[in-house]
Design a binder for this molecule. Structure first.
Ligand code: COA
Length: 385
């Protein structure tokens, strides 16, 4: 058969490529707004007004329902989440069988996917079932993280206690003892700051999966894999690697100048949207300042302040969420490979809200690309190649 590929070049359509989809609006959302001038809104509320005045479960309710709960609704929501924190027995057994050396993000990604196998509502994909599923995911992602942390140390998995708050339960199940009021307050604040952030890469990835009418577990698994990368939520682990690698506070200047001289990126700095300082940074800096009674935190904080100054002088960029969050999580006793799983444990509330919003939008997210490959290549059968 004669091939008429020569004319194909004329048929090729090219469009302007927006590299990295920078500034491309892919959909409409009511959930959160990242103002480039340094303000973050959850459902219209400036996070500065929420911080210190709400608990994380209140924010999760807001993201999911679009309004802040009254006291009765909040109590019922908190009780619901805590009652659903326990994992299906089979998932718990698989966590115990995960290799101790596995990265916690590998385990989290796999076990969230497995939760889909044991979903009590099976193939009921109605809005009501998805909202119940969303609450189960908000409750169970932290449990997976805590369970793996315990089991890889050869310790028994702990179960949630009805009289502990969600944040208390998370730290209790992770560390093995009831946290102090200050510790659970720090976790509440961290979780609020990590709960949602517009069309970031993992949320967008989750929405792409949801846009094919795939199930919520698939969409969340997509998001976890995307958040993990060091250019996104994986940055906090890299920040701590860098801070530990620096050694003494006196070595910060040389270390950071050296990285910048080599055109390397400083983890925990820069942002795709913000033109000014990330509005979450001031809250995180303040959280870390209040934890400086710990010697290690004080030393890390001093290094961070120096790094901020050097990077700003050289590149005019600011720390993002992951920079001081790393130090705050370290002060809570969270090992650095669990930083990104902790991030997932709060971003899950944003992801499920976006997944539900995407189901409502009911449009397939499917961009195009400009083909820059060849046309008209002559096919040669395998025996003749
Ligand atoms: N360290 C040093 N320089 C940085 C930097 C960083 N962390 N982040 C951005 N820059 C510089 C780039 O080198 C580039 O400079 P140039 O124009 O002179 O080449 C400029 O700032 C723009 O950076 P670019 O990577 O193109 O911006 P982006 O919008 O594509 O990327 C990030 C945004 C977040 C991916 C990027 O800032 C980054 O890689 N940060 C480090 C990882 C991180 O902390 N991720 C968490 C994000 S919340």
């Amino acid at each position: 058969m004669e091939h008429k590929d020569d004319g194909m070049m004329n048929m090729k359509t090219t469009r302007d490529v927006v590299r990295g989809l920078k500034d491309v609006a892919a959909a409409e959302t009511k959930i959160s707004y990242v103002d480039p001038m340094g303000v973050l809104y959850y459902l219209g509320y400036n996070i500065d007004d929420l911080m210190g005045n709400v608990i994380y479960s209140e924010v999760a309710y807001l993201l999911l329902h679009g309004i802040l709960p009254n006291k009765r609704e909040l109590d019922a929501f908190c009780a619901k989440i805590i009652s659903q924190m326990r994992l299906p027995r089979e998932v718990e057994e698989c966590i115990k069988c995960s290799p101790k050396h596995a990265h916690p993000m590998d385990v989290l990604r796999t076990e969230v996917s497995r939760l889909g196998e044991f979903d009590v509502e099976g193939k009921d994909f109605t809005d009501e079932a998805n909202r119940r599923r969303a609450i189960r995911l908000i409750a169970q992602v932290p449990t997976i993280v805590a369970a793996f942390h315990r089991s890889r140390q050869g310790l028994p998995i702990l179960y949630p206690k009805e009289d502990y708050s969600f944040a208390e339960n998370y730290l209790y199940m992770f560390k093995g003892h009831r946290p102090s009021q200050d510790e659970s307050d720090v976790l509440q604040r961290l979780m609020i700051l990590h709960a949602d952030h517009g069309f970031n890469a993992s949320t967008f990835a989750a929405r792409v999966t949801a846009s094919t009418n795939s199930d919520m577990y698939s969409a969340v698994t997509t998001a976890i894999g995307t958040l993990r990368g060091p250019l996104h939520g994986g940055a906090s682990e890299k920040v701590m690697e860098m801070l530990d690698d620096i050694g003494l506070e006196e070595e910060v200047e040389e270390y950071i100048q050296g990285l910048l001289d080599d055109h390397k990126k400083i983890m925990g700095f820069g942002h795709r949207v913000y033109k000014v300082e990330d509005p979450r940074t001031k809250h995180l800096r303040c959280i870390v300042e209040n934890l400086c009674h710990k010697d290690r935190t004080m030393s890390l904080y001093n290094k961070c302040l120096q790094i901020e100054g050097i990077v700003h002088d050289r590149k005019s960029i600011y720390p993002n969420l992951d920079f001081y969050a790393a130090v705050a999580m370290d002060a809570l006793g969270v090992p650095k490979e669990f930083f990104t799983p902790f991030f997932c444990s709060s971003r899950i509330s944003g992801w499920v809200a976006h997944i539900i919003e995407q189901y409502e939008d009911a449009v397939l997210l499917r961009p195009s690309s400009n083909y820059v490959g060849e046309f008209g290549r002559k096919f040669v059968p395998v025996e003749q190649r």
